[in-house]
Write a protein that binds this ligand. Structure first.
Ligand code: UDP
Length: 321
C-alpha cells in the first residue's frame, strides 16, 4: 500500500490530518522536528500499526533520505512555525522549512510520482488592499518587518511549487490557509482564539491588541482538513493556488465579547498596542474552492467556539480537578 507523508505531523493541523488519514485506513508517515509541535498531539495514533513517526527536520535533506525507500502516493507539507509568536522567535528556521524544506519534499514527490500539497497562508496577501482576497490578488507584504520571515518564505515556497509543477509536472497544489482554530492549538500558541478562550476560562484579562477593530475570518479545523483533503483528491486542483478559509468575518473585539459571553467569564477586556504590520482586515474569497472542490465551510464561529470551549474546559478540569 502506498503511503501518505505528513510533514509537521505533531503540529496543530498536522496532527488532525494524521488522525483523519489513519481513520480513513491510510498508511501514514508523520515527520516533525518538534520545534513547535507536541508529541502529545499524536498520542492517539503513536502505537497504531499504520502510523510511523520520523523525528526529523525536512530542511535537512540527509535527515529524510530514508523516505526514498518508501512507496509514497501523497505528501502534505505542513511543517512550519505558524503562529506569529513562534515564527518571529525562529525567523531563520521558518524561512528554511518553507524554502529548502519545500524543495526537499518536492524532490521526493518528483522521484516517487507522488501528489504534493503545500500549505501556504493568507499572509501571502500581507495587509491586503483588496477585500475580500481572491487568489489572483498579489498581496501587500512588507519585506522589512517582523512578519516578513513567514509571509515571504511562504511566498517563495509557492514559487518553488510552481517550478516543480511547470518544469517537472509534479501534481502540486497550494492551499492558502486562513485563520484556523480548535482546542488543538497549544495553550501558549499566542493566537487570538487560544489566548481569549484560555484567558476567559481562567478569569484572566482578555488581551485585545489595538482597538480590536481589525478583522479575521475563522475556520474550524474540521472544515479546513476536509478542504485540504479535497485538494489532494482532485486533479483539477493540480497547479492551482486555492484559498481555504471561512468567509465570515469578525472583528477581534467582537470575538472577545463572544468568548466572554459564551464562557460566562468575569474577565475584563483590556487593550494592548497593536503589533507592527498586523493586517487590518482578512477574509477569503472562496469561489475557487467552491467551484473546483465543491467545498464550503459548514461550522459557524459560534458552533466551533462552543466545541473549542468545551474541550479546553475538559483539559482544565483534568489539570485542576
Ligand atoms: N490578537 C489579539 N489578542 C491576542 C492575540 C491576537 O487581539 O491575545 C489579535 C492580533 O493582533 C490579530 C488577530 O488577533 O489582529 C489575529 O491574531 P493571530 O495571532 O491569531 O493570527 P494572525 O491572523 O495575526 O496571524
Amino acid at each position: 500500500m502506498r503511503k501518505v507523508i505528513v510533514s509537521g505531523a505533531a503540529g496543530f493541523l498536522g496532527s488532525y490530518l494524521v488522525k483523519q488519514l489513519i481513520q480513513q485506513g491510510e498508511e501514514v508517515i508523520g515527520i516533525d522536528n518538534l520545534s513547535s509541535g507536541l508529541m502529545s498531539n499524536l498520542s492517539e495514533v503513536l502505537n497504531h500499526p499504520r502510523f510511523n513517526f520520523l523525528l526529523a527536520d525536512v530542511s535537512d535533506k540527509e535527515a529524510i533520505t530514508d523516505l526514498y525507500q518508501e512507496k509514497v502516493k501523497e505528501i502534505y507539507h505542513l511543517a512550519s512555525q505558524a503562529s506569529p509568536k513562534f515564527y518571529q522567535a525562529n525567523p531563520f528556521e521558518t524561512m528554511k522549512v518553507n524554502t529548502q524544506g519545500t524543495f526537499n519534499l518536492l524532490e521526493l514527490a518528483r522521484d516517487k510520482e507522488a501528489k504534493f500539497l503545500y500549505t501556504s497562508t493568507s499572509e501571502a496577501y500581507g495587509d491586503p488592499e483588496v477585500h475580500p482576497q481572491p487568489e489572483s490578488y498579489r498581496g501587500n507584504v512588507n519585506t522589512w518587518g517582523p512578519r516578513a520571515c513567514y509571509d515571504e518564505a511562504k511566498r517563495l515556497g509557492e514559487v518553488i511549487c510552481y517550478e516543480f509543477y511547470e518544469r517537472y509536472g509534479v501534481a502540486v497544489k497550494v492551499a492558502r490557509i486562513f485563520n484556523t482554530y480548535s482546542a488543538g492549538l497549544r495553550n501558549d500558541d499566542g493566537r487570538v482564539i487560544s489566548n481569549f478562550v484560555t484567558q476567559a476560562l481562567a478569569g484572566e484579562d482578555i488581551t485585545v491588541y489595538g482597538d480590536g477593530s481589525q478583522t479575521r475570518s475563522f475556520c474550524y479545523v474540521d472544515d479546513n482538513i476536509r478542504g485540504l483533503q479535497l485538494m489532494m483528491k482532485y486533479d483539477e486542483a493540480n497547479g492551482e493556488i486555492i484559498n481555504i478559509g471561512n468567509p465570515v468575518e469578525y472583528s477581534v473585539l467582537n470575538v472577545a465579547y463572544m468568548i466572554k459571553q459564551m464562557t460566562q467569564s468575569e474577565s475584563k477586556i483590556v487593550f494592548y498596542p497593536l503589533p507592527k504590520d498586523d493586517p487590518k482586515v482578512r477574509r477569503p474569497d472562496i469561489n475557487k474552492a467552491q467551484n473546483i472542490l465543491g467545498w464550503d465551510p459548514v461550522i459557524s464561529l459560534a458552533e466551533g467556539l462552543q466545541i473549542t470551549i468545551n474541550k479546553y474546559n475538559e483539559t482544565l478540569v483534568q489539570i485542576h480537578p
